[in-house]
Design a protein around this ligand. Structure first.
Ligand SMILES: Nc1ncnc2c1ncn2[C@@H]1O[C@H](COP(=O)(O)OP(=O)(O)OP(=O)(O)O)[C@@H](O)[C@H]1O
Length: 370
């Protein structure tokens, strides 16, 4: 006797996971310029995705299509189980999306409270006005601004405070998806980190699915649980911050996401031999002559290290010093003489002309030799 398998279970393994947002083969051009060349991006509900890439790669265009400010030339966008662009059209104001632009785009002639309350309904009767005032106070509190700030005008606030007001305004209508288009780029370094953390905390607490567009790789890696690397109108790689940083899909992505030490190597099986000795490579898909990538923090200065090099020069940055080292030939191996750049916390540890011992920690990533 055979037992009937319920239909849903039969097909479970074949069904694509339900995503909160899915763009499929999204194409967009302006005049003769093709800006997006088939973008497939999927987001989990409540997750945070950073879209990172060089200037002009199409990040803002993708965000504007998702927001409904532009229509795609081809492809579809599904949001929360609903087709919003492509085979159907849902206008921007019906997509339940919040948008924070680079400069905050606050209305200069309105107070902070009026800016935040701008999109709220029912302001035409006393009950509605009281409810709005309560909601504005809640939102100010949510973004850690004192209630007295509500009376100020945007020019009386710092850049970081303005961005918090812009976030509060975008949160006012309780969006399901928040789009942040380089909202921290105009802030100075210290304020940028603090504002980014404050914004991330608010969005996380409210469990709002978020996309952050940035050209700053450190911002992308620290803010998001998914990083999508955009280049030339397509997504070169999508994955967790750890996976895209430690296992970049190609050389350009490797170099875009952080400093990289690149060496010629001979890859046999899962061992790459180069001027830094034998380095394990996981998931080696190619063999023979390769370009091997390591992150600078994988190369340690240590007295018992098997590799030797001479310090060329150093640059002091406070908490760390970058050290350029000329590698000495390894007996029995090709190569030697390459100059690599690593970092060390102790500035007095390395001075030009010094010979140092090095040790490599972890695995390398192999790319096809050019
Ligand atoms: N409305 C438009 N009309 C014509 N060209 C446009 C329009 N919007 C964007 N572009 C062009 O599309 C390309 C991609 O622009 P987009 O703003 O999406 O890139 P980006 O990756 O966000 O860049 P950045 O980091 O500099 O903001 C650019 O060459 C830009 O000039």
């Amino acid at each position: 006797m055979t037992t009937e398998i319920p239909q849903a279970h039969k097909f479970y393994g074949l069904m694509p996971a339900v995503k909160f947002l899915r763009t499929s083969n999204l194409v967009k051009g302006f005049g003769s310029k093709e800006v997006l060349k088939g973008v497939d991006l999927a987001l989990n509900e409540g997750g945070t995705t950073a879209i990172v890439g060089p200037s002009g790669s199409g990040k803002t265009t993708l965000l504007r299509l998702i927001a409904g400010f532009e229509t795609p030339d081809a492809g579809t966008i599904e949001l929360n189980n609903r087709m919003v662009a492509g085979d159907a059209w849902v206008p921007a104001h019906r997509r339940e999306i919040g948008y924070v632009a680079q400069d905050g785009a606050l209305f200069p002639h309105l107070t902070v409270a009026q800016n935040i309350g701008f999109g709220l309904d029912h302001a035409w009767n006393p009950v509605g006005r009281a409810a709005n005032a309560k909601r504005v106070a809640e939102l100010l509190d949510m973004v850690s601004l004192e209630s007295a700030m509500g009376e100020r005008r945007p020019h009386e606030l710092s850049g970081g405070q303005q961005q918090r007001v812009a976030l509060a305004r975008a949160l006012a209508r309780k969006p399901k998806l928040m789009l942040l288009d380089e909202p921290f780029s105009a802030l100075d370094a210290g304020l940028r980190v603090a504002t980014r953390k404050a914004v991330a905390d608010v969005l996380h607490a409210a469990e709002i699915t978020t996309i952050l567009v940035t050209h700053d790789q450190a911002e992308a890696l620290s803010f998001a649980d998914q990083v999508a690397v955009m280049r030339g109108g397509t997504l070169a790689q999508t994955g967790t911050p750890f996976s895209v940083y430690t296992r970049p899909a190609d050389l350009d992505t490797a170099e875009f996401l952080g400093d990289a030490v690149m060496l010629d190597a001979l890859l046999q099986g899962s061992l790459a031999t180069c001027s830094l000795g034998g380095i394990p490579v996981r998931h080696a898909t190619i063999q023979g002559r390769v370009r091997l990538m390591l992150r600078p923090e994988q190369i340690r200065i240590t007295a018992d290290g098997p590799i030797r090099g001479t310090v060329v020069d150093t640059v002091f940055f406070g908490p760390e010093t970058t050290v350029r080292i000329k590698l000495l030939p390894v007996p029995g191996l090709d190569g030697g003489g390459e100059i690599i750049t690593i970092r060390h916390w102790n500035a007095s540890m390395a001075r030009p002309g010094m010979e140092l011992n090095l040790r490599v920690i972890g695995e390398g990533v192999a790319f096809a030799a050019e």
